[in-house]
Ligand binder design. Structure first.
Ligand code: NAD
Length: 256
């Protein structure tokens, strides 16, 4: 598939799943606007090696004003955004009655509201040009719950709902909106949860195994490369009538 000449914005793409998806889109020829708080120089170098144009914008995705600046910067640098991947996300684990209010607000803002803001800002241009792809990185936690993750589960279920509404509002156009729902992927976000188990006395190998055993029947992590291939498929013509799905790639997590 060729995405030559197309512009893609992937939020939270300095590491993990976002960087994996950005790489697949760049390998297919799309110019990339990266975002996130990680090592921007390393991410830029990785994407530039694919031979496309790439830039990074440090917008904090919890702040609507900075999100508007991010979209304006992308359009000024590369032209209108054709592919929007809403990927930035954070996690926090605590029982609901002990959940810090500011952590709840941050998770809802970054994992859910940021996708509303990017979508409302990018969609008019997609409509004007008559083509677009919006891909929301939700989670298995967009389909089922887990104890201790009230804010994350609420935000990811919300993101699946937003995906369906936007898909219906664009259903008669060549713009599609879909969600991808990964199971465990070994990224910095999940490493924090492994580290918490190590701090509680597990060895690193046992901590990883325990995490998988609890939820993921395949007992193997999903990879950013596999998720990138799914995102690439959703960008293609074969996926033109895939609309409003929440597509789990989760080692069997939600089949249980
Ligand atoms: P990660 O920590 O490697 O990446 C998160 C990215 O978001 C980083 O680039 C980080 O800098 C950025 N980010 C965080 N807060 C931000 C903010 N306020 N503004 C801008 N950028 C910000 O984690 P990941 O696992 O690659 O997560 C990516 C997405 O995938 C998240 O939405 C996460 O919920 C989702 N997800 C992850 C898993 C998993 O197992 N790792 C499973 C399901 C869904």
């Amino acid at each position: 598939m060729s995405l030559n000449g197309k512009t893609a914005l992937v939020t939270g793409s300095t590491s993990g799943i976002g960087l994996g998806i950005a790489r697949k889109l760049a390998e297919a020829g799309a110019n990339l606007l990266l975002n996130g708080f990680g090592d921007a120089a390393a991410a830029i170098a990785e994407i530039a090696a694919c031979g496309v144009q790439v830039a990074h914008h440090p917008a904090d995705m919890s702040r609507p004003q900075e999100i508007a600046e991010l979209v304006a910067f992308a359009e000024q640098r590369f032209g209108p955004i054709d592919i929007l991947v809403n990927n930035a996300g954070i996690q926090y684990v605590a029982p609901v009655e002990e959940f810090p209010v500011e952590r709840w607000d941050a998770i809802i803002a970054i994992n859910l509201s940021s996708a509303f803001h990017t979508t409302r800002l990018v969609l008019p241009g997609m409509r004007q040009r008559g083509w677009g792809r919006i891909i929301n990185i939700a989670s298995a936690h967009g389909l089922v719950g887990s104890a201790g993750k009230s804010a994350y589960v609420a935000a990811k279920h919300g993101l699946v709902g937003l995906t369906k509404s936007v898909a219906l509002e664009t259903a008669s156009t060549a713009i599609t909106c879909n969600a991808i729902c990964p199971g465990w992927v070994l990224t910095p976000l999940v490493q924090q949860q492994i580290d918490a188990r190590i701090a509680a006395g597990s060895t690193p190998a046992a901590a990883r195994q325990e995490l998988l055993a609890e939820k993921q029947p395949s007992q193997a992590f999903v990879t950013p490369e596999q998720l990138g291939e799914l995102a690439l498929f959703l960008c293609g013509e074969a996926a033109a009538q895939v609309r409003g799905v929440a597509w789990n790639m989760d080692g069997g997590w939600v089949a249980q």
